[in-house]
Design a protein around this ligand. Structure first.
Ligand code: SAH
Length: 461
């Protein structure tokens, strides 16, 4: 991140705008919203600035720029059509440590101006670091449509209650919890529906009735993060990820998803591979209980779905026994995610009427399957954790009578930009894994449906 975002208090501070045309007028309009004391220096000005001058909204000096103009300014903006003048403004400002923005010349800027969604007092500023102002503007438009105008009103109401809430809940964490409850509850709905008096009354009631102890108890969120693509998170997953105090995540959770956890949350990596458990499961279970009992909101973030080969059940059994409140958020399991992104329907009227999810994790070098169950006709097999034991798997399937030419695919890092799909047959599985140096996490899908991959592939096409 090259540009550090901040919001400047320009109230009655002198700001210099050099130039009098349309571009300068746009900057002046932005500055006016911050109640800045604006000095425009330009020999000639366009209609817009002239009108503002006549309304007494700015001061203008009808002359060329002089380096001394920047002295004492909170910031300077060079918006003339004359490149040389712009350079001189930038140099003078830099010499005097005045932040400067030169229109259309990022190299000369010491700050850049974002695209702003204005819901005063809420301000949302978007920057692409100068890479593409058009993209920033498009993003702004998107946000404009997402964020109701009443957010400004909401922030104003909240501001009026801040002091009292602080008095009532001196502890920061309780206060934060109180506001999170309010800002996601009926008070907001009332306000958005235009029932402001009712909203304020409801907020009063909440303030009188909320017990500090209620706001203290911890909770565990067992959340499925899906197979890798952050777009596949559920709304609830994202919401809980945004309000956690601490997050415990493992190797399977894609970095792009961990990125979406609330920035202030403490991160604990409990990296788990099939062979080397960084934190033993029993310790992990105990840690979840302990953190929740300290009053923390604990996010246990898992890859895929927490209840599918995720040991989520074991983790919450312990929570239930200790009386710790918890919620479980399902995620898209790897079989579903990888199959979709590989264009392989797991069931199909012509080819598969059932789908079996199994783990190919070896125990003492063996796979303890009821093999005939795996060989049912018109059935798709979705095999998790099968890469390491692929030789054993392939050998056993063939020995138990599976057709060697049964279509089979290996999907590595499914749903991510690194997804690889290797389609072949059961007899080529082990060789594919070896030749392509396939690594976990990878899913193996076996069945007639794999034939459709070529026709239905869409991702990375
Ligand atoms: N709870 C998880 C599964 C955990 S077991 C879920 O519901 O998806 C871990 C196995 O899941 C990996 O060994 C691999 O077989 C599979 N897996 C998880 N993410 C994957 C991905 N992005 N691509 C391919 N396989 C994946």
């Amino acid at each position: 991140m090259r540009h550090f975002p901040v919001f400047l208090d320009l109230n009655r501070r002198r700001c210099l705008v050099v130039g009098g045309g349309e571009v300068a007028a746009g900057k002046v309009q932005q500055l006016l919203r911050s109640n800045a004391d604006i000095l425009v220096v330009a020999p000639r000005v366009g209609e817009e600035i002239l009108a503002l001058e006549q309304q007494g909204k700015l001061t203008r000096e009808a002359r060329a720029f002089m380096p001394d103009d920047v002295v004492g300014c909170a910031l300077a903006i060079a918006a003339t059509a004359d490149k040389e003048v712009n350079v001189r403004v930038a140099e003078a400002a830099k010499a005097d440590n005045v932040p400067v923005n030169v229109v259309d010349n990022p190299a000369l800027c010491s700050f850049i101006m974002p695209s702003v969604v204005d819901r005063d007092p809420v301000q949302i500023a978007v920057s692409t670091g100068g890479a593409s102002p058009v993209l920033a503007r498009l993003l702004r438009v998107k946000l404009e449509t997402l964020i109701p105008a009443s957010y400004g009103r909401l922030a104003t109401v909240v501001r009026e209650f801040r002091g009292r809430v602080k008095q009532r809940f001196p502890e920061f964490r309780q206060r934060r919890r109180f506001w999170e409850n309010i800002l996601q509850g009926p008070v907001v709905e009332m306000l958005f529906a235009g029932r402001e008096a009712a909203a304020v009354q409801a907020l009063e009631n909440e303030l009188d009735n909320a017990e500090p102890t209620d706001l203290r108890s911890g909770e565990v969120y067992l959340v499925g993060g899906g197979p890798g693509d952050p777009d596949l998170l559920t709304f609830r997953a994202l919401r809980l990820m945004q309000q956690a105090d601490v997050v415990l995540y493992d190797r399977l959770v894609a970095p792009a998803i961990v990125e979406l956890v609330r920035k202030e949350a403490k991160r604990i990596y409990v990296g788990k591979r099939s062979d080397s458990h960084t934190v033993p499961q029993s310790e992990l279970n105990a840690l979840l209980v302990e953190l929740a009992q300290q009053g923390k909101r604990v996010l246990r973030l898992k890859g895929g779905d927490p209840f599918i080969f995720g040991r989520g059940g074991e983790e919450i059994e312990e929570l239930a026994a200790a009386g710790v409140p918890f919620q479980v958020v399902p995620g898209i399991t790897a079989a579903a995610g990888c199959a979709s992104y590989a264009g392989i329907p797991l069931t199909h009227r012509d080819y598969a009427h059932s789908c079996l999810f199994v783990t190919g994790h070896l125990k003492d070098g063996k796979l303890a399957f009821n093999w005939p169950a795996l060989l049912q006709p018109k059935q798709t097999l979705a095999i998790y954790m099968g890469v390491k034991g692929i030789d054993v798997l392939q050998k056993n399937l063939l020995q138990h009578g599976m057709r060697p030419d049964m279509p089979a695919a290996v999907i590595q890092q499914g749903t991510t930009p690194n997804q690889k799909v290797y389609a072949g047959t059961v007899s080529t599985l082990a060789k594919t894994v070896a030749d392509q140096e396939v690594k976990p996490p990878s899913m193996i899908v076996i069945g007639e449906v794999v034939k459709l991959h070529e026709k239905l592939t869409w991702f990375q096409k």
